[in-house]
Design a protein around this ligand. Structure first.
Ligand SMILES: [Zn+2]
Ligand SMILES: [Zn+2]
Length: 341
């Protein structure tokens, strides 16, 4: 029997009797990170990295959560389980599972560029690697984040000089925290939508330090906001909430912005191809660095990436999961957003 099986509830280790990022309620769930398609409510017990805990509580409400540090081993029925940095968002972890000398690693979502917040992605040697493939096509090649940050800074300063408010659409968990520092560096005040303030509060209340932001409430004087910066989740786009900040321009922060037409399709004024996932080269390098003999490819462009691996001498198969293949485009649904207004 395989050390990790692909069951109808999620990735399952029968020897240790636990699931990794299950999409149905289970007895024991090991969670890679707090994005909604990986961390679902209803399981009896959760195990995650200590930085994921406050985010999990903020998103799921009270839960039984056991936390570990990266590389801290947990022994369950002869299985040695440990978490290792995935570099995707704060607390995001890969899951290493070892039993009788055989090692499997589940990547969760990952990014190979160090963003200074999420830990530095580590390639973990293993026999079998289960990788995501959100941007698993060769057309996805990220620019260095420092260049993207400069482009964002130039854009908000240009808007400020014209008395226009910059609204940056960024996922409330991950992207929103990542763009804070470059925005604060401009000297402008950074206002945030409630959905982002909730994540900020959860992190800060657990001792994590982030640059200061101002939560927008119905009482916030509109003239204070004019010409400054607002970070809002993508679902806020086109809502009555956003219209109150006119005149404004909208910039979208997402890896999908690498494809030119997407800026127009989103009806955005600017697009910044800043992603919390590995690009094509990052995926290929990460897979090779694990030295895995077998690679399973999950959510994203799994058939294209899996085919490429097979053609290049790495045995691979695609696996269907219920992780959202376009997570970066749907992380904050309209419902989630309006509930926070
Ligand atoms: Zn994710
Ligand atoms: Zn994902």
């Amino acid at each position: 029997m395989a050390l990790i099986e692909f069951s109808d509830k999620g990735l399952y280790c029968s020897q240790g009797n636990f699931y990794i990022d299950p999409w149905r309620p289970v007895q024991k769930a090991v969670i890679t990170h707090a994005h909604s398609d990986h961390a679902r409510a209803g399981s009896a017990n959760y195990l995650c990295h200590q930085l994921t805990r406050p985010l999990l509580l903020a998103r799921l409400g009270p839960q039984n959560i056991e936390t570990v540090e990266w590389a801290q081993p947990v022994y369950i029925n002869g299985v040695n389980l440990s978490l290792h940095p995935a570099g995707h968002i704060i607390g995001s972890s890969q899951v290493r599972v070892e039993y009788q000398g055989e090692v499997w690693v589940v990547s969760g979502d990952y990014k190979t560029e160090n963003d200074g917040l999420s830990g530095v992605f580590e390639a973990i040697p293993c026999n079998t690697f289960i990788t995501e493939s959100t941007f698993g096509l060769p057309i996805y090649k990220w620019e260095k984040q420092t260049r993207i940050y400069s482009a964002i800074q130039d854009w908000v300063k240009k808007n400020n000089a014209a008395g226009i408010t910059s609204v940056l659409l960024a996922y409330s968990l991950g992207k929103a925290q990542r763009i804070l520092l470059p925005l604060v560096e401009t000297g402008l005040t950074v206002f945030v939508h409630g959905a982002i303030a909730v994540m900020q509060d959860a992190l800060q209340n657990s001792g994590y330090t982030l640059p200061a932001v101002t939560r927008i409430t119905p009482e916030t004087p509109r003239e204070n906001i004019r010409g400054q910066v607002i970070i809002a989740p993508p679902g806020a786009d086109g809502s009555p909430w956003i219209n109150k900040f006119s005149p404004y321009e909208v910039g979208v922060c997402s890896g999908w912005m690498q494809v030119r037409g997407n800026i127009r399709r989103r009806n955005a004024d600017a697009g910044f191809a800043l992603s919390d996932h590995a690009d094509w080269e990052g995926l290929v390098k990460a897979v090779k660095a694990t030295g895995a003999e077998k690679v399973f490819v999950t959510h994203g462009f799994q058939s294209a990436f899996s085919r490429w691996l097979n053609e290049n001498g790495i045995e691979s198969a695609e696996v269907k999961t219920e992780y959202n293949p376009a997570e970066e485009e749907s992380q904050d649904s309209i419902n989630n957003t309006t509930a926070e207004l």
